[in-house]
Design a protein around this ligand. Structure first.
Ligand code: FCB
Length: 455
């Protein structure tokens, strides 16, 4: 597939949505501004050793104050769409109860500015920043958490739902559940598989209750979810490795997809988790589905899997010696995105799909003027956009593509050491500079809009 923007643009239908994505805690800063409550990431970042270099999102990209300029940057790149998330503790500081109008005002102004620039917002309601007050009541492991989430969703949609049509309830419930509660590398930093499975279950139910709250406040809303999904290869030729790859697929992909599409939890994983799973979990999902208008796919890499004693999953991830890696150590494997999209369409038939995140961290080295030539990121982007076009040609109803990320930002436990942005952020001055990859994306969007324009 060509990397030429003109040629690639021709492979996408008119109306295809070109976006970039961010998340509140990763860019906003303003951690205590205007009545915001504490979130679990505010607290987790203070734990010694939790975050590389002891960093936090207290200031991040200072987007809470620079949002207007940041909307200009989006417009400058020609984005048709922008995916951002709302900070729950900014809107409801104690997690449940009184609403902080100043918090909602911030998002209201942002939405207005986007719409003025002709940029369509896709709003994620939960991108991992649970109010700390709710964590102290058990967080996502509490059976009350789906209700807390739905009440918060209702407040946001009542305020913004007359202008925002596109909603993602959750970002990557898998990561929120397992990185947060099993491996403990994310907030709230717990290490207990049964709590992780309980959290995963509440997140699913929370998605369902929030979706209902969104629809009741905004009947024309399009409701989806953003899942981190991947493709798995057995590391070796043995049957054990093949079975391990199947377990990895069940753990990451099917554990959320199957219930969301009305099939309940996958039987092989239910058996594997055994007593770790809450006793009533399977019953809760009888007759349940996620009622999705669209499925959001976050795709970064493929995983090689080997059977091992480690973890309840009895597998470990391996690296192929010849693999090209990003700065995260993730294999660059564009065709996995095509495979995944084709499989999702074949096996689950979502009404339509959006790539809600795709992107890469590389060690950018700016020149003397702060300009960034980032050929690896540009190639990554072009190749992934290219396979998305192939998936469309194979019949997948893919309607949009959101690059992670609009700008360099706080990459969770890696702090500021990993840069995913189309814009470089100089954290000292908060100056943003469009990277060569961003210029490439701008040309693609421009070429596509010119094609779609009537002659
Ligand atoms: C995804 C997250 C996003 C970002 C990218 C690199 O898992 O949704 O916030 O950290 O990875």
């Amino acid at each position: 597939m060509s990397r030429d923007p003109e040629e690639l643009a021709g492979a996408f239908p008119a109306g295809f949505r070109w976006g970039a994505a961010t998340a509140a805690y990763q860019i906003e800063g303003g951690w205590a501004a205007d009545g915001k409550g504490l979130g679990i990431w505010d607290v987790f970042c203070r734990r010694p050793g939790a975050i590389a270099d002891g960093e936090s999102g207290e200031v991040a990209c200072d987007h809470y104050r620079r949002w207007r300029d940041d909307v200009d940057l989006m417009a400058g790149m020609g984005l048709t769409d922008y995916r951002f998330s709302i900070s729950w503790p900014r809107v409801i500081p104690a997690g449940s109860g009184p609403v902080n109008q100043a918090g909602l005002d911030f998002y209201d102004r942002l939405v207005e500015a986007l719409l003025e620039r002709g940029i369509r917002p896709l709003v994620t309601l939960y991108h991992w920043d649970l109010p700390q007050a709710l964590q102290e009541r058990g967080g996502w492991t509490s059976s009350e958490s789906p209700g807390w989430f739905a009440a918060y969703a209702g407040e946001v949609v009542r305020r913004l739902g007359d202008r925002v049509t596109d909603w993602a309830t959750l970002n990557e419930p898998h990561v929120a559940a397992f990185a947060g509660h099993a491996t403990g590398v994310h907030a709230p930093g717990l290490k207990d598989w049964s709590l992780a499975l309980r959290a995963a279950h509440s997140l699913l139910l929370g998605h369902g209750q929030a979706a209902a709250a969104i629809r009741s406040a905004a009947p024309r809303a399009q409701v989806g979810i953003a899942l981190n999904l991947s493709v798995f290869e057995p590391a070796g030729a043995s049957g054990e490795d093949a079975a391990a790859a199947e377990r990895a697929d069940g753990h990451l992909n099917r554990w959320f997809l199957d219930p969301l599409f009305g099939r309940g939890y996958p039987a092989d994983l239910v058996e594997l988790y055994g007593q770790l799973l809450p006793a009533d979990a399977a019953r809760d999902l009888e007759g349940w589905n996620g009622g999705l208008d669209f499925l959001g796919v976050n795709y970064y890499t493929r995983r090689h899997v080997r059977a091992a004693a480690a973890s309840p999953l009895r597998l470990e991830y391996a690296q192929r010696p010849d693999a090209a890696l990003t700065a995260m150590g993730w294999e660059v494997y564009p065709d996995g995105l095509r495979e995944l999209l084709v499989r999702l369409h074949r096996d689950y038939r979502p009404a339509y799909l959006l790539v809600t995140e795709s992107g890469a961290a590389f060690e950018d080295s700016p020149d003397q003027d702060g300009q960034v030539q980032d050929p690896l990121r540009r190639a990554y982007l072009a190749d992934h956009v290219g396979v998305a076009a192939q998936a469309i040609a194979e019949g997948v109803p893919l309607r949009g593509y959101f690059v992670w990320s609009l700008m360099d930002n706080f990459e969770w436990s890696f702090g500021y050491s990993k840069r995913f942005g189309l814009y470089r952020v100089d954290y000292g001055s908060q100056r943003r500079t469009l990277k060569a990859s961003g210029r490439w994306y701008r040309s693609l969007i421009q070429a596509h809009s010119l094609r779609a324009a009537p002659a």
